[in-house]
Design a binder for this molecule. Structure first.
Ligand SMILES: Cc1cc2nc3c(=O)[nH]c(=O)nc-3n(C[C@H](O)[C@H](O)[C@H](O)COP(=O)(O)OP(=O)(O)OC[C@H]3O[C@@H](n4cnc5c(N)ncnc54)[C@H](O)[C@@H]3O)c2cc1C
Length: 346
């Protein structure tokens, strides 16, 4: 996938440190890019820091997938990278400026808000939209990276449809694993849940639902230690018994990881209210965090739905919230602080 860089961006400034921005957005997934479209169309000239490594690739989680068939407006489906590129082009068309690097630290109580980037730039802004997403937890075993998108997935809602009449493995023992396994039986002929302990962590009701479903079988006391593939598609897994250490092969067409997500919120630790899993807490139905002028949207606030369309939806809300907050007099800068002069072009 080729993204245009700030130098080819059709409009906007080149030096992000040259002035205090009205709104800066961190994150270039569906949430951040939708926030940018809305903020740009409200004449706020947003600056979007699109990230490179920390918290996932530039363009977010959708760039890691091939076909997206559940995003409205594309009756024949669209690939994840194309969908993201379209959103980015749309945001650029209305005047969004992009900075392609990671934010490495933040001071959210400063006036204006201050962000430091990996190359040492200081970006100042009256309001901030956080759209840093959440990463699926990985098993970190051989075959996982190579076959990601080739049968390895962390989203049954997104990819279950591709496994009609196939056999799939779900890894995990919590509510999400039971939910994913039960959902997958709509398509797959058989679902094998692999759990490393002898008992599930899921709530009684979710367990009961899964146990009653005769398309679901359970392998307890086992971990998946390797994922095998043929021609880029999953063909099987190696299972290891956690008690005896014995291994065996299991043929399967897909592996769904349901072992949790890690919200990308370390940057805001100690500054913003987070729940016990680390997701940012907002004052629903708005996207306001507990700090004035700081808004959050997308998967970084959502441990329930985690879809491109829900992320885009809250992205639009965050831009509207920021615009109204600024219009109401929020973000008046007490005094313009001295910024570190930019030493390098973007
Ligand atoms: C393999 C896969 C397939 C999927 N398929 C579908 C599907 O078919 N349909 C669907 O609706 N959903 C799908 N999803 C889910 C969907 O991708 C997410 O719900 C969506 O991307 C969330 O959007 P977001 O903008 O909140 O976060 P993300 O897309 O995760 O984007 C986060 C952004 O924040 C940036 N970032 C993080 N930290 C920093 C930092 N320190 N500095 C700067 N930038 C930073 C990242 O670089 C990234 O640009 C899929 C997910 C995966 C993993």
């Amino acid at each position: 996938m080729s993204f245009v860089t700030v130098s080819d961006a059709p409009s906007g400034e080149v030096d992000p440190t040259a002035r205090t921005h009205d709104v800066v957005i961190i994150g270039s997934g569906p949430a951040g890019l939708t926030a940018a479209v809305y903020a740009a169309r409200a004449n706020l000239e947003p600056l979007l820091v699109e990230g490179v490594v920390d918290g996932g690739p530039t363009g977010g989680q959708l760039t890691l997938t091939t076909d997206v068939e559940n995003y409205p407006g594309f009756p024949d489906g669209i690939t994840g990278p194309e969908l993201i590129q379209n959103m980015r082009d749309q945001a650029a068309r209305f005047g969004t400026t992009f900075v392609t690097e990671d934010v490495t630290s933040t001071d959210l109580t400063a006036n204006p808000i201050q962000l430091q980037t990996a190359s040492g730039k200081t970006i100042l802004t009256r309001s901030l939209i956080i759209a840093t997403g959440a990463k699926p937890r990985r098993l970190e075993i051989p075959g996982e990276d190579e076959l990601w998108g080739g049968g390895v997935s962390a989203c049954a809602t997104c990819d279950g449809f591709f496994f009609r009449d196939r056999h799939v493995v779900v890894v995990g023992g919590g509510d999400t694993a039971m939910e994913e396994a039960t959902f997958l039986t709509k398509f797959a002929s058989k679902v094998t849940v692999v759990h490393r302990r002898d008992q599930l962590r899921a709530s009684a009701i979710m367990q009961e639902r899964a146990f009653k479903n005769d398309q679901i079988e359970f392998v307890f006391d086992a971990t998946v230690t390797e994922i095998h593939g043929e021609q880029g598609l999953v063909s099987g897994v190696t299972l290891q018994d956690t008690k005896t250490g014995e291994t065996r092969e299991l043929a399967t067409d897909g592996v769904f990881l349901a072992i949790g997500h890690i919200p990308n919120t370390w940057l805001f630790e100690g500054q913003l209210e987070r729940d016990e899993e680390g997701y940012l807490i907002v004052d629903e139905p708005s996207t306001a965090t507990d700090l004035p002028g700081v808004f959050a949207c997308g998967d970084v606030i959502d441990h329930v739905y985690r879809q491109a369309v829900t992320a885009a939806g809250t992205g639009s809300k965050a831009a509207i919230d920021a615009e109204r907050w600024l219009a109401g007099g929020g973000g008046q800068v007490a005094s313009e602080p001295q910024t570190t002069p930019a030493t390098a072009d973007l």
